[in-house]
Design a protein around this ligand. Structure first.
Ligand SMILES: Cc1cc2nc3c(=O)[nH]c(=O)nc-3n(C[C@H](O)[C@H](O)[C@H](O)COP(=O)(O)O)c2cc1C
Length: 199
């Protein structure tokens, strides 16, 4: 069992990374392998709407000079996907949006590659705009036929300067509970899939 997480922040190891790592730590305690990919400093192109992925149906985007095809395969191989982003002008970062647009289209062109995987959004915010960001990431999971677990609050942590989110006790607790619920759901769905295969 594996969960892959992407941090869409332009700032490596910032508040979003801290929140994501809380979820990952809980998942690891539950015996689930994890990997964190940070998009900071990476050039990620947006979708160019060529629809080549719908013609080739080879699980690849035609844009090959960045790492999105590798990320799409990491997502496909995982049982759970975490997409984390700070709030930039009341929305996710452009890096995260590019990742979603490209992998989302490739997935849809290939019989919904991410179908029934468990998905969770994680958001860092200074003050406002966290909810539209959280909602937009969840919209990606839901249109991808993925399953979204909840927590004791929406998965948002409050902080501005690097590391400030450590002071948001409720935000950190929300991430721990999210990790537990994600682990529970992955174990349940995996068990069902194993039973189906055996039958
Ligand atoms: C370009 C930019 C836009 C931002 N827009 C918002 C915003 O709309 N609302 C808000 O509360 N914080 C906003 N922030 C603050 C970040 O969301 C906040 O500092 C967050 O903790 C950064 O997370 P990180 O450390 O993972 O990058 C913005 C920051 C930047 C750089």
């Amino acid at each position: 069992m594996k969960v892959v997480a992407f941090n869409g922040s332009a700032r490596k190891d910032g508040n979003t990374a801290i929140l994501i790592r809380r979820v990952l730590k809980t998942l690891e305690k539950e015996g689930i392998e994890t990997e964190l990919v940070q998009l900071a400093g990476k050039q990620i192109h947006g979708c160019n709407a060529c629809r080549t992925c719908y013609e080739t149906k080879n699980e690849r985007c035609i844009i090959e000079d960045d790492e999105v095809n590798e990320y799409a395969q990491k997502m496909k191989a995982a049982d759970g996907i975490i997409l984390g982003s700070p709030t930039y002008f009341s929305m996710m970062t452009s890096e995260m949006k590019a990742l979603i647009d490209r992998t989302g289209y490739v997935s849809r062109a290939n019989n919904h590659m991410f179908k029934r995987k468990v998905g969770a959004a994680v958001v860092a915010v200074r003050r406002a705009g966290g909810m539209p960001t959280f909602d937009a990431i969840n919209h990606f999971f839901l249109i991808s036929q993925m399953i979204v677990p909840g927590s004791s609050y929406w998965n948002i942590g409050i902080g501005n300067k690097k590391g400030e989110v450590e002071k948001d006790e409720e935000g950190l607790k929300t991430m721990e509970i999210l990790g537990k619920n994600m682990a529970w759901l992955i174990k349940k769905t995996k068990k069902k899939q194993r039973k189906k295969k055996a039958a």
